[in-house]
Structure formats: structure tokens, C-alpha cells
Design a protein around this ligand. Structure first.
Ligand SMILES: CC(C)(COP(=O)(O)OP(=O)(O)OC[C@H]1O[C@@H](n2cnc3c(N)ncnc32)[C@H](O)[C@@H]1OP(=O)(O)O)[C@@H](O)C(=O)NCCC(=O)NCCSC(=O)C[C@@H](O)CCCCCCCCCCCCC(=O)O
Length: 719
């Protein structure tokens, strides 16, 4: 797992060989230890160069090993013996040097990187810290402020930036291994102590304590309740304050705590869940590696509202020509202005020119005659979408795909009005579509594997995290969201305030509470959907609207708010108060407190104290419960797919893994017990009734999430 070769007579070339990213598995570490020892003993060898196979230096420790018992030589003494070796060691960095991979390079005396290489210490994103000396060596190389920034964010830097920061000695456009060998030959006989980072003092900076305090405050604010960034600051502070050996002890202690934490498990689960989701598989077993995607060079976008604009921007940024269509000149001009401005801003930020030549704005469907695929993003109205779909069939090439950006309408019903049902899929983007990472690719009962493969490949190309989902009302994300929203408003009826619910959710880790999110996205959106679905109609009493609709509990509070014109940020008033329409800072609104009190009085509801624990249990467990139903129905291929949807589309905190992982971590029997309790208290809320699958898994001993696939027949999970 590490290949040893002698080159140029006096150089030992040690190549890490563990594709795809040459992770430092036990076998690789063993190979390195043996190779270094051999090189140090061999009198012919005067210098050592490290590189990785397939032009990838190293992606770090093997994350898969973290969940089992760890064997093989540990990294810290291995890197120490490299650094202490009496022959110059040079890292030849191509592709990536991340985490333990960069720490290995920091243990070398010199570092050479190819211009395309990326370097970083992303451990924080896995709930860890760089514990193979990274928190102690990097500050000694680039200084405390820069090291703090890199280690607490996990950001990758380009080779050029690494050179500016002083992380590497040389950047080459050519072969980094060749350049490293030349450097190695040129430094033979030079003193090594100045290159041993553990012997250096950290680069001096004024007021290190103040810098660390500021970093601590920043990470606490940015990632509330997340342990790893805090530990990263503490470890770097130790590098500034303590001698190297003591700093290493502190690094180890902090790592031990993180390593055993549920947060690290959740974040590592999220890492693999994200990659698994890309390996899509349909119920008929067509999947990512047996289905060819079509090439998409030209696409159409129908509708230039907020969603259509974001979609057009995402496509153009990926180099795809776009024909953007609107129904009237005013809308078209409005959309054109918005899309152009977004592309110009983005290009300015990146110092390039905006790819406006890829865009055609038109009112005419005929311009779509030679596109490969169309994404319809018109208003969420089944009849309107059907009209658009049948009009499209009149102009599109017979083999062009039609995708709908519906957030929950029946894809089969839409496909049925076309002449090409196998070529119809859903592409459910999340607003704003050029920013949000998630894309649900919805396969209907007649969608062809090729169409799914094409939508998935297109999504990946435009930088989305794509998940295939089956066709049901709301698909995965919004089907679950509806019940979560219901719980949040029931909590208001029962005695909570929007502030209280949001605070509990934010303390749990959501970047924004559900009521703030509602105000941001516009409360009128849900109002329209409820009207269209028949929940609100002329038979509803305008003075005392019913709290019982379509056979279950219904909370009319959001409708009543909308009736007052309180649509959220855009109107300056929603669940919160804003200084002016469009402003973002949510303030408590005494009117809302009065509104809630009047409401409870009107319906004879005696308010009670609601704890944060109840908020979290009712919101998180209702999501997981519906997730189990979704798995039972075969709508999601595995629990990790549901979790990826919540992580990337709904702001679920990464250190909690996702609703399904969270349920597994809390314990399925606890979740079952709580749901039984809440359902007993609220028998009029059927969604609180524990799902059959949850009951079954508990009866079968509450297996960990990785084992659910052996308990659930239709699961197509890669966990
Ligand atoms: C590298 C990437 C940027 C590549 O991205 P790309 O898009 O090209 O590809 P994918 O992301 O799809 O990945 C392809 C494939 O590879 C798998 N994979 C990637 N990285 C790793 C990895 N580090 N370990 C295992 N597997 C990996 C990925 O799952 C895909 O697999 P698939 O089957 O789906 O094809 C990108 O992949 C990336 O960003 N990777 C993660 C980089 C990272 O976060 N590195 C840091 C790892 S943690 C670390 O290095 C910790 C160190 O500080 C050391 C700490 C030492 C002390 C620890 C004590 C615990 C004991 C552990 C054992 C060590 C022994 C000891 O020292 O005591």
C-alpha cells in the first residue's frame, strides 16, 4: 500500500497506493513506516520523496476506519519519525493533500505542489480536528490567524494560495514528483532542523489571546452547539501557548473527546451519505453505473420567476446554453434583468466575464426546437403545467426530455399529457435555485432510467447534491416538511410562541427556526397551496375557522395571518416584525402575542408551558416517523437519502446527521415511546401515530441505521 522505488540513484520514492484518494488506511501507514525505515537505513539513499498514485497525494486518514477498531501504526509517531529522519523528505503534492495527507506533508521537510492541487485540513467537517500534528505544525508554519481560519473552516486552498501562505515551498505547472525530486537533490546536505516544524516557535503574532478569543466567538456564533470548531480553536491556542510536546498532548486530549462524540459520528455518516446518494438506484435496479446519461448542451427554462431565474443561472454557469421563456414582455424583461444581474455579480466575484452569450430570452416556444431538455418552472398549478407540457410537445424534438420543477405535484399526471412519458422526470430545485445545493430528481412510473440518469448527471454538473425520489405528493422533502410545519403551529396553539419554537430549533442546530424560515420564503406560498388543495374554501367560517378539516386536526393560524396581509419579510410582517418590507432582521411582535392569546381564548384553549425538549421531539420525531413511512412506500432508496435531502434542502444540522440518523442515534425505542405518548395526547393528529416500520424495527431490536437494509425489504441503501 506504499510502493518503494529508488530513482535517480539516491532518491527513495515512496508512493501511497490506495485508490481512489490514497487514504491513510492501516495498510498504507504500515507501508509508509516500513518504507521510511528502509530509506533511512539505505546508505545509497540521500533523500526521500513522497507522492500518491494516480496524481492524488492523499485524502487523509481512512474515514471508514473510524467506525471500527483501529489497528496498524498510528499516524503521530509515524509522521514524527519522518520529520526526525536525517535525510531530507519532500512531499510531492498533486491532486489533494487533505487532513492526515496534509499533516504527512507537514511532517516532511519540504513541500512542492502542482498548480492544480488543493490543500486543507477539513477534519472539522467530520466533527474532528487535525490530530496528527496539524494543529501544532500548521501554526508554526503559517502563523496563528491563518492556521485558525483554515482549521476551523476546513477550507481547501489552491496551490497558489498555499504558496502565498507559506504552506508549500514551490508550485509547479509540471509534474510535482519531478520537481520534488529536483528539490530533494538540491537540498542534500543542508541542515534539517530549520525545516522541522515541531522545533519552531509559532510564527509571532500580536495579541494571540485576543485572536483566539475572537475566533472562538466567531465559531460559536457560526456553528452553534458544534464541538469540533471550538476544539480546533483550543488546540491552536495550545500551539501558541505551549511547547510542541505539550501542545500535542492537548491535541490528543481534544481529539479523544471529539472522536467519541455523537457529533463526529453524525458528520462522518453525513459524508458517506452524500456520496451514497449519488449512487442512485431505481426499484427496477437501473442504477448510476449501468445507465448512460444523455449529453445536454442546450436547455430550455420555462418561466422566469424566482425559481426559473435561479435554474437558468445554474445552467449557464455550467456552460449550458439556455433558451429562457416567459409569457409576456414585462415578465421576460424582468427575468432577463434578474438573470443577467446574478451572472454579472458572480462573474465579478470570480474575476471572469459573465457567460451572457449562452442565454437567449424569448416569448416564443419555437426557439425550443433544438434543445436537449426543458425544465418547466411555471407557477405551481397542475392545469397550467399540463398546458405547458402539451404545448412543449408540439415544438420539441421527439427525443427531448421534459423536466418539471414542481415541488410536489404528481409527475405521472403531468407526463400523461405528453407524447413522451418515459422522457418526463421531476427536477425539484430549492429556492434560491442557484444557491441551494439540493435537487430531488423525481422518477414517475413511466420515467426511463436514461431520463433519470440524464437529470442526475445534469444536476451533478451544475453542482447540486442530487437524490432520486419516487413520485408522491410532496416527494420526500415536502411530504415530511408538511407534518413538521403542522407540529410547529400546533405548538403555537397549545401555548408556545414563534420565538420559543425557533429558539429551541436553533439551539438544536438549525441555522434558522421554522417561523423565521416561513417569513423568509413567504407565507403566501403555503396559503396558495392550501387553497388549491381544498383545505381553505368558501365553506370555512371566516370568524371562527374550523380546527378540524379533511378528517384531522387543522390549525388555521397561518391562514389567519395571511388574511391580514402578513406574508413575512416581503411585507415587513409575518410571524415576526421587520423594520420595512424586505428587511431581514426578525423582531418579536407584540401583535402576534395578542393574536395568539385571542385565538386561544376564542377556541377555549388553555395555554401550557412548552419545553424546548417537547419542541424538538415533536418536530424531529414527526420527520423521522414520516421518513419511515417513505421508506416503507419505497419512495426513498435508503435512510441516508432522506437525511441528505434534509441536510442540503432544509437546513438540518450536519452534526445531527439527518432526521433518520438522529432517530437511530437517540434510539428507536425512545422515538417510538415518545411518538406513542404524543399520539395518545393528540389522537386527532394521525401523523403522530408511530409508523409500522418504526414499530417493527424496535421489535427487531432497534438495529443501527447501517443495518436497516437487512430488515427492510425494499431498501436500496449503500450504507
Ligand atoms: C478527497 C476528495 C476531495 C475527493 O473528492 P471527489 O469528488 O473526487 O471524490 P469523492 O468525494 O466522491 O470520493 C471518492 C471516494 O473516496 C472515498 N473517500 C474520500 N476520502 C476518503 C477518506 N479520507 N477516507 C476514506 N474514504 C475516502 C469516498 O467515500 C468515495 O468513495 P466511494 O466508495 O463513494 O467511491 C473528497 O473525497 C474528500 O473531501 N474526502 C475527505 C477528505 C477529508 O476529510 N480528509 C480528512 C480525513 S480525517 C483525518 O485525516 C484525520 C487526521 O487528522 C488524522 C487523525 C489521527 C488521529 C486519529 C485517531 C483515530 C484513529 C484513526 C486511525 C489513524 C491511526 C492513528 O493515527 O491513530
Amino acid at each position: 500500500m506504499a510502493r518503494y522505488t529508488r530513482v535517480k540513484g539516491s532518491i527513495a520514492l515512496i508512493t501511497l497506493t490506495n485508490p481512489p484518494v490514497n487514504a491513510l488506511s492501516a495498510a498504507v501507514r504500515r507501508g509508509i513506516v516500513e518504507s521510511v525505515s528502509r530509506a533511512l537505513k539505505d546508505e545509497q539513499v540521500k533523500a526521500v520523496v513522497f507522492c500518491g498514485e494516480n496524481e492524488k497525494f492523499c485524502g487523509g486518514a481512512d474515514i471508514k476506519e473510524f467506525s471500527g477498531s483501529v489497528s496498524g501504526p498510528p499516524l503521530v509517531p509515524m509522521i514524527h519519525s519522518m520529520e526526525a529522519g536525517e535525510k531530507p523528505m519532500v512531499a510531492a503534492i498533486e491532486g489533494v493533500a487533505l487532513g492526515g495527507g496534509l499533516e504527512l506533508a507537514l511532517g516532511c521537510h519540504y513541500r512542492v505542489a502542482n498548480t492544480k492541487a488543493r490543500l486543507g485540513l477539513p477534519e472539522v467537517t467530520l466533527g474532528l480536528l487535525p490530530a496528527a500534528g496539524g494543529t501544532q505544525r500548521l501554526p508554526r508554519l503559517i502563523g496563528i490567524p491563518a492556521a485558525l481560519e483554515l482549521i476551523t473552516t476546513g477550507r481547501h486552498v489552491s496551490a497558489q494560495e498555499a504558496l502565498q501562505l507559506g504552506m508549500v515551498d514551490q508550485v509547479t505547472e509540471g509534474n510535482a514528483v519531478q520537481a520534488a525530486m529536483e528539490l530533494a537533490l538540491s537540498v542534500i546536505g543542508h541542515p534539517l532542523n530549520p525545516c522541522r516544524l515541531s522545533l519552531r516557535a509559532p510564527v509571532w503574532a500580536p495579541d494571540v489571546d485576543g485572536v483566539c478569543d475572537a475566533a472562538l466567538a466567531q465559531v460559536k456564533q457560526r456553528s452553534r452547539g458544534v464541538m469540533a470548531p471550538v476544539a480546533c480553536v483550543q488546540a491552536v491556542r495550545a500551539a501558541a501557548m505551549l511547547p510542541y510536546g505539550k501542545g500535542m498532548e492537548r491535541e490528543r486530549q481534544l481529539m479523544d473527546t471529539l472522536f467519541r462524540s455523537g457529533q463526529a459520528q453524525a458528520m462522518q455518516y453525513a459524508f458517506f451519505a452524500q456520496r451514497n446518494a449519488g449512487k442512485w438506484i431505481l426499484p427496477n435496479r437501473a442504477q448510476w453505473n449501468n445507465t448512460k446519461a444523455r449529453e445536454v448542451q442546450r436547455a430550455g427554462v420555462i418561466g422566469l420567476g424566482t425559481m426559473g431565474q435561479g435554474i437558468a443561472v445554474s445552467l449557464v454557469k455550467a456552460g449550458i446554453s439556455v433558451v429562457a421563456i416567459e409569457t409576456d414582455t414585462k415578465q421576460l424583461e424582468w427575468g432577463k434583468k434578474a438573470v443577467t444581474a446574478m451572472l454579472q455579480r458572480d462573474a465579478q466575484r470570480r474575476g471572469v466575464s459573465p457567460p451572457l452569450h449562452l442565454l437567449t430570452f424569448t416569448l416564443s416556444f419555437h426557439q425550443l426546437r433544438d434543445v436537449d431538455l426543458v425544465i418547466e418552472a411555471v407557477f405551481e398549478d397542475m392545469n397550467l403545467k399540463k398546458r405547458v407540457f402539451s404545448d412543449l410537445c408540439k415544438v420539441l424534438r421527439v427525443n427531448a426530455l421534459i423536466c418539471t420543477n414542481t415541488s410536489g405535484l404528481n409527475v405521472d399526471e403531468l407526463a400523461a399529457v405528453t407524447d413522451r412519458q418515459p422522457l418526463v422526470v421531476g427536477m425539484h430545485f430549492f429556492a434560491p435555485a442557484h444557491v441551494m445545493k439540493l435537487l430531488e430528481v423525481v422518477y414517475g412510473s413511466r420515467s426511463s432510467p436514461e431520463a433519470v440518469a440524464t437529470a442526475m448527471a445534469l444536476g451533478k454538473r451544475i453542482g447540486k447534491v442530487c437524490v432520486t425520489v419516487g413520485n408522491c405528493s410532496g416527494f420526500v422533502g415536502n411530504r415530511m416538511l408538511k407534518l413538521y410545519l403542522d407540529q410547529s403551529v400546533y405548538l403555537l396553539e397549545e401555548g408556545a410562541t414563534p420565538e420559543q419554537v425557533d429558539q429551541a430549533l436553533e439551539e438544536f442546530g438549525f441555522a434558522m427556526g421554522i417561523f423565521k424560515v416561513g417569513d423568509l420564503s413567504g407565507l403566501d406560498v403555503g396559503w396558495r397551496v392550501r387553497k388549491a388543495s381544498g383545505l381553505i374554501g368558501p365553506d370555512v367560517d371566516p370568524v371562527k375557522p374550523s380546527r378540524w378539516r379533511l378528517g384531522r386536526r387543522y390549525c388555521p393560524l397561518p391562514d389567519m395571518l395571511c388574511q391580514q396581509g402578513r406574508f413575512g419579510q416581503k411585507t415587513g410582517r409575518g410571524w415576526y416584525l421587520y423594520d420595512s418590507p424586505g428587511s431581514k432582521e426578525a423582531k418579536s411582535d407584540p401583535e402576534i402575542q395578542n393574536f395568539l392569546e385571542d385565538y386561544r381564548r376564542k377556541y377555549g384553549i388553555i395555554p401550557r408551558r412548552i419545553t424546548s425538549q417537547e419542541v424538538i421531539e415533536r418536530c424531529a420525531f414527526i420527520l423521522a416517523n414520516e421518513g419511515f413511512r417513505i421508506l416503507e412506500d419505497g419512495i426513498a432508496a435508503g435512510p441516508e437519502h432522506i437525511d441528505v435531502i434534509y441536510l442540503f434542502g432544509y437546513g438540518w444540522p450536519r452534526h445531527r446527521g439527518g432526521p433518520m440518523f438522529y432517530a437511530s442515534q437517540v434510539g428507536l425505542s425512545v422515538v417510538l415511546e415518545k411518538l406513542e405518548h404524543y399520539h395518545r395526547v393528540h389522537p386527532d393528529v394521525p401523523s403522530l401515530e408511530p409508523s409500522r416500520l418504526l414499530r417493527r424495527l424496535v421489535a427487531e431490536g432497534s438495529p443501527p441505521i447501517q443495518q436497516w437494509k437487512s430488515h427492510i425489504k425494499n431498501l436500496r441503501s449503500h450504507l
